[in-house]
Design a protein around this ligand. Structure first.
Ligand SMILES: Nc1nc2c(ncn2[C@@H]2O[C@H](COP(=O)(O)OP(=O)(O)OP(=O)(O)O)[C@@H](O)[C@H]2O)c(=O)[nH]1
Ligand SMILES: [Zn+2]
Length: 219
């Protein structure tokens, strides 16, 4: 079961242990109603300096909430379940499988501003392979949450590792963070690269080089 889904599970307030020496209870997160979410958008529109009642903005809160359902739909997805179908009839194929240039859009957890880029994923199958699209679906399941690039990289690698038990997983994300481009330090065109390796990719630097070479080789 996916840790983020678990951390967002709703618990009754009385279930929390009130003793001061007790371990910290699991976070209680009540999902607000759609009406509450739309009211929050109206507040932000007023905070930005606009009039939420003017014609162009009157339906914007509904649209924003609908957009959030898609953009943050990853909270309602179980990433492990995406990988539950394994194809074993692959004539014993056990060499590298690399899916590169998986485009993704996410939002940074610090500013709720988009960061976007490409994910490259490789694994050495141990017992069959998964559908290639499923790797892209795992990327989306984590991208459609509030994220840091590092966390997202680790979550993708951990999910593939723990569900498929391959001989190794390599994940690389390259992304541009609009919170660095549109605001704050205002540097455009900066890429951030993150990698996470498990198994043979972690143990053997030549496997890392093979992965990086295949990611970079554009012939
Ligand atoms: N490590 C990491 N940092 C991120 C990511 N996305 C955004 N950030 C950074 O998160 C930091 C938040 O810094 P704070 O000082 O708390 O916030 P801030 O005052 O808005 O920072 P500035 O962006 O420098 O204006 C910034 O340096 C962002 O560039 C990410 O995915 N990974
Ligand atoms: Zn940010």
């Amino acid at each position: 079961m996916d840790a983020v889904l678990k951390s967002l599970s709703v618990r009754a307030p009385e279930a929390a242990d009130k003793r001061s020496d007790a371990p910290r209870p699991e976070r209680v997160t009540e999902r607000p109603t759609r009406q509450e979410a739309e009211a929050a958008v109206r507040t932000l529109l007023r905070w930005a300096g606009d009039d939420p009642e003017r014609e162009g903005l009157i339906e914007t809160p509904q649209r924003v909430v609908k957009a959030y359902e898609q953009i943050f739909g990853g909270y309602r997805q179980d990433a492990d379940a995406i990988l539950d179908r394994v194809f074993e009839e692959v004539e014993g194929y056990s060499d590298i499988v690399l899916v590169r240039d998986i485009a993704f859009h996410s939002h940074c957890e610090h500013h709720m501003v988009p960061f976007m880029g490409r994910a490259h994923i490789a694994y050495y199958p141990r017992r069959g392979v998964v559908g290639l699209s499923k790797l892209a679906r795992v990327v989306d399941a984590f991208a459609r949450r509030l994220q840091t690039q590092e966390t997202m990289t680790a979550q993708i690698a951990e999910t593939i590792d723990s569900v498929l038990h391959p001989r190794g997983v390599a994940v690389m994300l390259e992304a541009e963070h609009l919170c660095m481009a549109m605001r704050g330090v205002q540097k455009s065109g900066v890429s951030t690269i993150t990698t996470q390796f498990t198994g043979v990719f972690k143990q053997d630097p030549t496997e890392q080089v093979r992965f990086l070479t295949l990611v970079r080789d554009r012939r």
